[in-house]
Ligand binder design. Structure first.
Ligand SMILES: [Zn+2]
Ligand SMILES: [Zn+2]
Length: 364
């Protein structure tokens, strides 16, 4: 059974974000693999703590978890699925003895909405994200301004506590400093010693032209700052594109336009004017065009966001059936019916036996 995430962090279900962060930082330090070499149980606990923090520190994930469904990162599309894995690899791939607690800041998400025009031409958009960022009061040290963290009096800065019991010598992280080797005597009043505060940050993000609805743009290093000087995470900006009344974004990146044509245009052929992203162009409708035929203008679509040339526009020709014909129009259709002289286009989809059965039904 999955452990209760609040129990993992040892906090109340009503714990504030700040309380959760404090509990996480303390436990992450205590169970950090660098502090517990070869201790697999500690490594397991460490992963659990990371996982619990990942969910409970994100208001959306926490809400989902509280609502009863365990938050499953795989349900989130794209780059977020690997967040937890990334945090682990950051921890475990790091060389031993690097000192300090290099905890990478979490990745963040933001959403922007673009008009169709902006999506085609590219845009610079502002996004505002609330995030944990380095505390401005203490510059991230966690110590009250004018004071500095001091060498831990218990362990003398070594970060480990050694006790001899008979034959054994037991090493464990120093309980007073949590293994950091230094302690804050007077906490920074702004961040209560964490070195981070929640701040609203505003970034300008360049969205490349041709971006598709649902695309994600990674802004490196603009996620949350790492606690106590750790490297920052990334910011992922999810782009939604307002639909255009004319152009439809196809999954393959090309655009599609539905082009109504009249019955005479379909029968006789015509040259018709169609919209492009920069005005209009003319395309040929061949004589005898079927409903749904697609004509394509190469290179008239939006740029490929990865910079490989331009996409196409597909024009889907749709024969429009008039619903409110004049008396003259109705007469013309009657004339056409007469001229077609009983032609039955269904013959080619009905077998001869079926056709006979049909005739019998008409007679009876
Ligand atoms: Zn501070
Ligand atoms: Zn200590």
């Amino acid at each position: 059974m999955a452990p209760d995430l609040y129990e993992v962090l040892g906090v109340d279900r009503k714990a504030s974000d700040e309380e959760i962060k404090k509990a996480y930082r303390r436990l992450a330090r205590e169970n950090h693999p660098d502090r517990n070499p070869g201790d697999e149980a500690a490594e397991e606990r460490f992963k659990e703590i990371q996982g619990a923090y990942d969910t409970l520190s994100d208001s959306e994930k926490r809400r989902q978890y509280d609502a009863g469904g365990a938050f499953d990162p795989r349900n989130v599309a794209g780059g977020f699925a690997s967040d937890i894995g990334d945090i682990f690899s950051t921890f475990f791939n790091r060389g031993r003895g690097g000192g300090g607690e290099e905890v990478r800041g979490r990745d963040l998400r933001a959403a922007v909405s673009l008009t169709f025009d902006q999506a085609m031409k590219g845009a610079e958009v502002a996004v505002t994200v609330p995030k944990h960022a380095t505390c401005g009061t203490c510059a991230g040290s966690g110590a009250k301004p004018g004071t500095a963290p001091v060498v831990c009096p218990r362990c003398g800065g070594r970060g480990v506590d050694q006790q001899s019991q008979g034959f054994f010598s037991i090493s464990q992280p120093c309980p007073q400093c949590g293994g950091r080797g230094e302690v804050i005597e007077e906490e920074c009043p702004t961040c209560q010693g964490s070195g981070l505060t929640v701040q609203r940050k505003r970034y300008r993000v360049n969205v490349p032209p041709g971006v598709h609805d649902g695309s994600r743009i990674r802004v490196a290093g603009k996620g949350e700052d790492g606690p106590l000087g750790g490297p920052p995470g990334d910011l992922y900006v999810e782009v939604s594109v307002a639909p255009s009344p004319v152009f439809e974004q196809r999954p393959d990146g090309n655009l599609e336009v539905r082009v109504p044509i009249t019955i005479p245009e379909a029968v006789n052929g015509a040259t018709v004017e169609v919209p492009t992203l920069n005005g209009t162009k003319r395309i040929r409708v061949p004589a005898g065009t079927e409903h749904g035929t697609v004509q394509r203008l190469r290179g008239e679509g939006p740029p490929d966001p990865s910079g490989r040339g331009k996409r196409d526009i597909h024009y889907r020709l749709e024969i429009e059936i008039p619903k409110d014909l004049s008396r003259e129009g109705k007469r013309a259709v009657d004339e056409l019916a007469k001229a077609m002289n009983g032609h039955n286009p269904r013959e080619r989809i009905l077998g001869s036996s079926m056709a006979t059965a049909g005739e019998e039904n008409i007679q009876s």
